[in-house]
Design a binder for this molecule. Structure first.
Ligand code: FAD
Ligand code: SIN
Length: 506
């Protein structure tokens, strides 16, 4: 097997991985490994923006308090303070890297408002903030000679011995080769796991590989029951789920049931802008009342010109569905969106395994607690990547011995058999349906127990497939999805109370 050595290997090329790599390239040779094209990530699809206190009438204490309230008092307060206090610097840092945020005519940041925020504090680039940020960061890493980028390389497992990480085992998809990457420091920045649910807002790459890799290596995991469901994704019978940003509700759009009646004012004082878990459950309740497939988001009272200016992508996408949002109400449903828990990390993004850091959505810093405040996620990625980079700079001075790994269990590369691929696809859809039905917005012990048994069977099948048919990325992703699902269901069973985005009807 090919063997390469770097100071640092970063798994994932979203906001967390890229911003960490950029900072570390000042003092180290960095390899970024990413399983698709470099831009493909949750970051790329982020719409609303990044939370930061930039208005005199707002305060860091307000941002902290809103984050703690959304997190249902399950957050790590030190981490939340660190996040809020560093938000302004994070925005200025992104500007230095050529990210272009919308400004008012006075040259100040144009601030949007989102659910759970007591003030307008969302810095944005129209309704496609993620694309703007991701493109700028990709441009910077591509022009940095201390950074090597491996696109279409799939990280399979971490190389861990006696609780120390020495790098990662990687699979190169085009040449079907395995590669051992040795590194003094490994950063997992592999993003979310939305794909384990049938209805989700995430791109196909979000199969939870990083969570599963860390878990297999023995890392401590935390808060896996807290999956956040976004209340408003476009209801479409065919095609991919498309998010309708919360900022549209912050702009004045309101939720209505299938009869066209408002309902959120009876649920929460912030009405349509209540925290996401509350809005998602209220929507499900309305849908159940009259057996409807969706509720409506009504933006028709807003003027067409502003809608087109502030939400150009949503405007255009809805037009493709035959909806002019300045005249037609938008049919919406909730969908799985964000994992609040994950690989347990400290204030410096260190995991419980030596030399292994985790950052971004795959990490559980404790910032989000039981439910994430909108637009705190991109922010967490940048702020904790900086924490990790500072810590890495010290770590990298230590002497390094590379470990030798042999006897890999993976027998053969890529399964070429069409039937095998179809079967993996069918099993993936089965898993997604089970998780959506039994471990979704409203949970009960009996549904969770049933789901866990189904997952056990699926795990057995998938492991057998890997042994008999050899390694394939699709099978490995399925195994990772099963692992993540089991972690979620197990944690959901253990937490018998309702808290944040984890709701137990029993
Ligand atoms: P990602 O950006 O998901 O990057 C993960 C990377 O890891 C990807 O490049 C992926 O290909 C790679 N990877 C995964 N597994 C492997 C593997 N096995 N081998 C190699 N590479 C791998 N948050 C906000 O704060 N504001 C918003 O407005 C906002 N809007 C959102 C809208 C949508 C539609 C979605 C889906 C999310 C939104 N979020 C938002 C959440 C936010 O985008 C994510 O939480 C954040 O971008 C995660 O960044 P990350 O760097 O941790 O992971
Ligand atoms: C949105 O734009 O509604 C998503 C914001 C987020 O997930 O933080």
């Amino acid at each position: 097997m090919r063997n390469e050595t770097y100071d640092i290997v970063v798994i994932g090329s979203g906001i967390a991985g890229l911003s960490y790599a950029i900072r570390c390239a000042d003092f180290a040779k960095v390899l970024i490994v990413t399983k698709g094209n470099i831009g493909e990530s949750n970051t790329m699809y982020a719409q609303g923006g990044i939370a930061a206190v930039l208005d005199d009438k707002d305060s860091i204490e307000n941002h902290i308090s809103d984050t703690l309230t959304a997190g249902d008092n399950h957050c790590n307060k030190d981490c939340v303070r660190l996040l809020a206090e560093n938000a302004k610097d994070a925005i200025l840092y992104l500007e230095q890297l050529s990210v272009n945020f919308n400004k008012t005519d006075n040259g100040t940041f144009d601030l949007h408002r989102e659910g759970g925020h007591s003030h307008a504090r969302i810095v944005h680039h129209a309704d496609a903030t993620g694309k703007e940020v991701e493109s700028a960061l990709v441009n910077v890493v591509k022009n940095n000679t201390n950074i090597t980028i491996y696109e279409n390389y799939f990280a399979i497992d971490l190389l861990v011995k006696e609780n120390k990480c020495y790098g990662a085992l990687i699979f190169k998809s085009d040449s079907e080769e395995f590669l051992q990457v040795n590194a003094k420091v490994t950063m997992l920045a592999s993003g979310g796991l939305g794909q384990v649910f049938l209805q989700n807002t995430n791109p196909d790459v979000a199969t939870g590989d990083g969570f599963a890799m860390a878990y297999r290596a023995g890392a401590e995991m935390e808060d896996m029951e807290f999956v956040q469901f976004h209340p408003t994704t476009l209801f479409a019978r065919k095609g991919r789920t498309f998010l309708i940003t919360e900022a549209l509700r912050g702009f004045g759009a309101i939720l209505k049931n299938s009869k066209g009646e408002t309902f959120m004012e009876n649920v929460h004082p912030l009405s349509s802008l209540a925290p996401r878990d509350i809005v998602s459950r209220a929507i499900i309740q309305e849908m159940n009342k009259d057996n409807s497939e969706f509720v409506y988001l009504d933006a028709t009272k807003l003027d067409r010109e502003s809608l087109e200016k502030h939400f150009p992508n949503i405007f255009e996408r809805c037009l493709l569905e035959g909806l002019d949002i300045s005249k037609d109400m938008i049919p919406v449903v909730p969908a799985a969106h964000y994992m609040c828990g994950g690989i347990k990390t400290d204030l410096h993004a260190r995991s419980s395994i030596e030399n292994l850091y985790a950052c971004g959505e795959c990490a559980a810093t404790g910032v989000h607690g039981a439910n994430r405040l909108a637009s705190n996620s991109l922010l967490e990625g940048i702020v904790f990547a900086k924490q990790a980079a500072n810590d890495t700079q010290q770590k990298i001075q230590e002497t390094f011995t590379s470990a030798i790994f042999g006897n890999l269990e993976y027998k053969t590369p890529e399964v070429n058999c069409e039937e095998c691929k179809q079967e993996v696809g069918a099993l993936k859809r089965y898993l997604q349906a089970q998780m959506w039905r039994n471990c979704g917005i409203v949970r009960t012990e009996s549904k969770l127990t049933y789901c866990f048994e189904e997952l056990d069977e699926l795990q057995e099948k998938t492991e057998k497939d890997l042994c008999e048919n050899g390694f394939s990325i699709a099978t490995m992703e399925l195994l990772n999805m099963v692992t993540c699902s089991k972690l979620i269901v197990e944690a959901a069973l253990k937490r018998t109370e309702s808290k944040g985005c984890h709701y137990r009807a029993d």
